[in-house]
Design a protein around this ligand. Structure first.
Ligand code: CTP
Length: 402
């Protein structure tokens, strides 16, 4: 498999192994990837930007602003552009910056902005590599979901021999290719995702809603996209920077609008994921003018909203897969499993409100996934993008998956 159309940021940092970045760039380009190189300042001591720019066919970036032109290199756009952020070689210094959120150059700022998977290929002397400080930074980066391309053993620049050599460019290329090919497993599939909260208007300025951030839904949309699916999103109001490129994106506000938009898409898709935190009730009437505080108390009459997952579940066609979420505060597993049958779901993903590091607003989650077949899997607390991949892996275990 080649890398045609894949967009890769290749970070190069200060290490003798930086000379191998030239070979790596050549291999990535030959495999069809678009490669944008970002060098740290100390990488310039080891390899020239001219070499890397020529091989990558793009100017090398290293600073927020070049030549005092006032033209800013937008690390956020770079981070959103890439399908993969690869740093090879990554020095002990840059490892430490990434692990601790230090943001003092373009490479580290882009790392913090990147939404795509990250691969790191360390290169350093054997004692440095074994140092608990370096190892703890590596563990920390792995816990963020970054993929370690572990250093190989052999002769080192210091003259010593041991683990610390950057993985050979050919091996890095095959890791990158394996990574992308294992992630094309949803190609040809169409997926509908509802996400975010809904807002139910009370009057022209107020609404009833909930704390859903849309982060889990967004992580799912990115995971499906990265694994080759065509993605349709119906999203309630969310306040995240979203790269909508390549996604059929529909913004809605209320549960009714979400239902209408999702209903239109439903019959065309193979997989539906109901990740929205739909408001269960809406004010029975929307006041045409702002409600004044004339009385000491105010009662609002609410009516039940449409249950989107249940309604579309009743219309589920042979071969379609439906995935729902459950957020419970008591009898968690039991209540989640009831939702499987009530909403005709194949899979329900239980979010626990009791776990720290799980739930609304945070970037991590811990879930328990129940299949209608009885199978169940539990995750650790992990970044939402890893949880999204776990959910996709579980979708492939559903008997109707082909
Ligand atoms: N859901 C939906 N439409 C609704 C309510 C929920 O599509 N009006 C979906 C959610 O997106 C989620 C699943 O149903 O996938 C379960 O949502 P949850 O709020 O946990 O359950 P409810 O059905 O609302 O039940 P309750 O609040 O009573 O637990």
């Amino acid at each position: 498999m080649g890398l045609k159309g894949k967009k890769i940021i290749l970070g190069v940092t200060g290490s003798i192994a930086a000379y191998k970045s030239a070979f790596l760039t050549r291999l990535l380009i030959k495999a069809g990837a678009e490669v944008q190189i970002i060098m740290s300042a100390s990488a310039f001591d080891f390899i020239t930007p001219l070499t890397l720019a020529t091989l990558s066919k793009r100017p090398v970036l290293s600073q927020f602003q070049n030549d005092n032109t006032g033209v800013w290199t937008n690390h956020v756009e770079l981070g959103l552009w890439a399908d993969l952020f690869l740093v090879a070689p990554i020095s002990a210094n840059t490892l430490s910056k990434f692990a601790n959120g230090i943001c003092d150059n373009l490479l580290s700022a882009t790392y913090l902005s990147a939404r795509c998977p990250v691969m790191i290929a360390p290169a350093m002397d054997l004692d440095m590599y074994q140092h608990p400080s370096v190892q703890s930074n590596i563990q920390k980066l792995k816990s963020f979901g970054n993929i370690l391309l572990d250093a190989e053993s052999g002769e080192l620049a210091s003259g010593l021999s041991g683990q610390g050599r950057m993985m050979e460019p050919e091996n890095i290329l095959s890791k990158v290719e394996d990574f992308f090919s294992s992630r094309e497993d949803f190609s040809g599939k169409k997926v509908l995702i509802t996400m975010g909260p809904t807002q139910e208007a009370l009057d022209p300025v107020r609404y009833i809603s909930n704390h859903s951030s849309g982060k889990m839904g967004l992580a799912l949309a990115n995971a499906f996209l990265a694994r080759g699916a065509e993605v349709f999103v119906v999203s309630g109001p969310i306040y995240l920077t979203v790269n909508k490129a390549g996604v059929h994106w529909n913004d809605v506000t209320s549960a009714k609008e979400m239902y209408e938009a999702a209903s239109e898409i439903h019959s065309q898709v193979d997989i539906c994921v109901f990740a929205a935190a739909v408001a269960d009730y809406a004010p029975s009437e929307v006041a045409p003018e702002k409600i004044k505080k004339d009385n000491t108390s105010l009662s609002i009459s609410l009516v039940k909203n449409v249950d989107i997952a249940a309604e579309l579940g009743a219309r589920k066609k042979q071969g379609q897969i439906h995935v729902g979420f459950a957020l419970e505060t008591e009898n968690e597993a039991e209540n989640a499993k009831i939702k499987l049958s009530k909403k005709n779901l194949d899979l329900v993903v239980l979010n626990s409100m009791k776990e720290s590091g799980a739930g609304f607003q945070v970037d991590t989650n811990k879930v328990h996934i129940f299949h209608s077949s009885g199978l169940s899997v539990q995750s650790e607390v992990a970044p939402k993008n890893q949880i999204a991949d776990l959910i996709l892996d579980q979708i492939k275990n559903i008997p109707v998956w082909v």
